[in-house]
Design a protein around this ligand. Structure first.
Ligand code: ZN
Length: 236
């Protein structure tokens, strides 16, 4: 019996039967047991080992090779129908907790005062800055739909506390992502320009102006508003 790793099948067949030798080596004994109930055929055929399919397609090979990635639960919240790229990108970083917040700066051995620059009463982290901070909560209260005060809910892609139709839900998602962007911008301005101070009311006004501009130039929104005129009053 040919014992090389790439030995051809023909080297272990003779007269239409397996020829597996008489060795008592355990792997060979296991192989003899495996071959006991079926017989070699007269020809070999290459098949795709995917449920016994005889036809191979490029898509089957691609699907077999690629990792099956489960999308994160916040996907539609971050990349919402009315998204503004810079808002969506910042929100994506928030969901991944990748912004250089003060608690992360400290974990990188950077010497930093941990106090939140927006409220000054707690340690700056993603959870605080985007969920608990009184400055952020003031802005979020102006969202057309109520925003959850649970960081776990937000990370699980459930930032709203009520259910609404898709258009209203995605408008609220846009508002929240705009808030996240402006909160980070305001935080950076205070970090790098001591004395800078924008009140939440000013941020709310900026967000509402940006949203109006965005939505009225968005075909998806104008189509939805044609069918549901109350959408106009929904956005402030
Ligand atoms: Zn704060």
């Amino acid at each position: 019996m040919n014992s090389q790793l790439l030995a051809p099948l023909s080297s272990i067949q003779q007269d239409g039967l397996w020829s597996l030798g008489v060795s008592n080596y355990q792997p060979v004994r296991d192989l003899r047991a495996l071959c006991e109930n079926f017989y070699p055929r007269g020809f070999d055929r290459i098949v795709w080992d995917d449920g016994g399919l005889n036809k191979v397609s490029l898509s089957a090979i691609y699907n077999s090779l690629q990792d099956h990635i489960i999308p994160p639960p916040w996907l539609s919240f971050v990349w919402n129908k009315f998204k503004v790229s810079k808002f969506a990108f910042t929100t994506w970083l928030v969901m991944k907790e990748r912004l250089l917040t003060k608690d992360r700066m400290q974990s990188f051995q950077m010497n930093v005062n941990l106090d939140c620059l927006l409220c000054g009463i707690d340690c700056e982290s993603h959870q605080h800055l985007y969920c608990a901070c009184s400055y952020t909560r003031t802005i979020l209260r102006a969202c057309p739909l109520a925003v959850s005060s649970s960081w776990l809910d937000i990370c699980a892609g459930r930032p709203l506390t009520s259910v609404a139709d898709p258009a209203r839900t995605h408008i609220a998602y846009l508002y929240i992502s705009a808030t996240f962007y402006h909160v980070w911008t305001e935080r950076n301005s205070r970090m790098h320009s001591p004395g800078h101070l924008s009140q939440p009311t000013l941020i709310i006004q900026r967000i509402q102006d940006t949203m109006r501009n965005r939505l009225f130039s968005c075909e998806t929104f104008t189509k939805a508003a044609r069918l549901d005129s109350a959408l106009h009053s929904f956005i402030f």
